[in-house]
Design a protein. Structure first.
Length: 167
């Protein structure tokens, strides 16, 4: 049976309960260390050789565990929580999301790719400045994406409130 979810969404197993927990600002802000932590874990091959796989696995485990680790937020009245809720709307209602939101989300997703490629290249070459530049260049579009998801969530709430007013 087809769920309509991407392979990454299926692996992450994001049900409504997990999305609520992920909306905790501590979950959102602690995820911001994932890319730098992954870069550090890969870089650690210089110091610990093949054992660097252990910190890489720990970081990847945190990617899965993080949305489950924190309690649901008391309210959604903050940038981080609204961004997560907007992302949930974006992923769960793709066909209903206005074209301008879809275009920005896809564009910002693509804008993060060159930074990621730069980071990978710099990790291979052990170029610290390049790794830092790549991490920053990859994370800035992701932060902008979260801001756009705030906008999407606000628009979605406005539409829902209009529909409730019509009933």
């Amino acid at each position: 049976m087809k769920t309509g979810k991407t392979p990454i969404e299926r692996v992450m197993g994001m049900d409504a309960r997990v999305w609520q927990r992920h909306a905790n600002p501590l979950s959102v802000y602690s995820r911001m260390v994932i890319l730098p932590a992954l870069a550090l874990a890969v870089w650690s091959r210089v110091w610990i050789g093949v054992w660097a796989l252990l910190p890489v696995v720990v970081v990847l485990l945190w990617v899965w565990l993080n949305p489950r680790f924190f309690a649901p937020p008391r309210d959604l009245d903050n940038w981080a929580s609204r961004g997560v809720m907007g992302e949930q709307v974006f992923l769960g209602r793709r066909g209903e999301v206005p074209a301008h939101h879809r275009a920005w989300a896809m564009g910002l997703g693509m804008a993060a790719v060159p930074g990621l490629v730069w980071m990978i290249w710099a990790l291979w070459r052990l170029d610290l400045q390049g790794v830092i530049g790549g991490v920053v260049a990859s994370m800035l579009p992701k932060l902008w994406f979260m801001d756009r998801m705030n906008w999407l969530y606000a628009d979605w709430l406005d539409e829902a409130n209009k529909e409730l007013g019509d009933v």
